[in-house]
Write a new protein. Structure first.
Length: 250
């Protein structure tokens, strides 16, 4: 009877420990190779949308023109804050327009960043024959939630952001993050990616868009929120307890 009790206790501990651990194939990224010979996936350019904030620089040899067209704050300036960029950037209004001093309103509906640059240059040349225009999107933001080490909203000063890059910015997934169920919410639609399989690198959702929300589900396991060392100590204590019980029965 006592031996049966020990056996049940041992099995219970084994089950608990097995649930608290995950096989390596569920943790390691890209451990399943995928044949991509016939796949051609490329990053989709950002299309200007309502609410976008643009940093626009109009460069000319004429200093007077430069001061008229340009605002001093720039995302490249380390002393510039997000608040300053919001206040001094060019916000795309509900009619998909921006308004530049002297030039006036310019409609950017359906245009990419590069197309926006070319359209502004065309308008600028009505005032300055030789001018260069630089356009940057300064409110490219991604929200990361769930089982990551640093969840939050991230402002990205880059026109091309991948899922792996944003996971890196968020400090990587926790030990409890389900790498087979990374949800990307875009335009009220949800797409689920498995980052243990290299096929996700060629998914249309691999490159993120401004406003995307990333949610990392927890694994279906016992979530002992502790470090590896604490887990090891707990397991060692359990083994010591079992040994003590056995010794008492002898």
């Amino acid at each position: 009877m006592k031996n049966l009790y020990l056996i049940k206790l041992y099995l219970f501990i084994v089950i608990i420990l097995s649930y608290s651990c995950a096989p390596m194939e569920d943790i390691v990224y890209l451990n399943k190779m995928y044949n991509v010979e016939n796949i051609n996936t490329k990053h989709q350019e950002h299309i200007i949308q309502k609410g976008d904030i643009l940093d626009i620089k109009i460069i000319s040899n004429n200093k007077n023109y430069f001061e008229i067209f340009n605002i001093s704050n720039s995302p490249d300036n380390p002393n510039t804050t997000d608040a300053n960029l919001f206040v001094n950037g060019f916000v795309v209004n509900q009619k998909n327009e921006i308004e530049i001093p002297t030039i006036g309103k310019i409609n950017l509906y359906g245009l990419s960043i590069e197309e926006t640059k070319l359209k502004i240059e065309k308008s600028v040349k009505e005032f300055i024959l030789e001018a260069t225009v630089i356009v940057k999107l300064i409110n490219f933001n991604i929200t990361v939630l769930g089982e990551v080490k640093k969840p939050g909203n991230y402002i990205i000063y880059d026109n091309e952001v991948s899922l792996l890059k944003i996971i890196g910015l968020a400090g990587d997934l926790t030990d409890f993050g389900n790498r087979k169920k990374i949800k990307i919410i875009r335009d009220s639609k949800i797409n689920t990616l498995d980052i243990t399989n290299s096929a996700f690198l060629y998914n249309e959702f691999y490159y993120l868009k401004s406003g995307d929300i990333i949610y990392v589900e927890p694994r279906n396991a016992v979530r002992l929120r502790s470090s590896s060392a604490q887990t090891f100590i707990s397991a060692a204590s359990t083994v010591a307890l079992i040994a003590n019980i056995i010794l008492r029965q002898q």
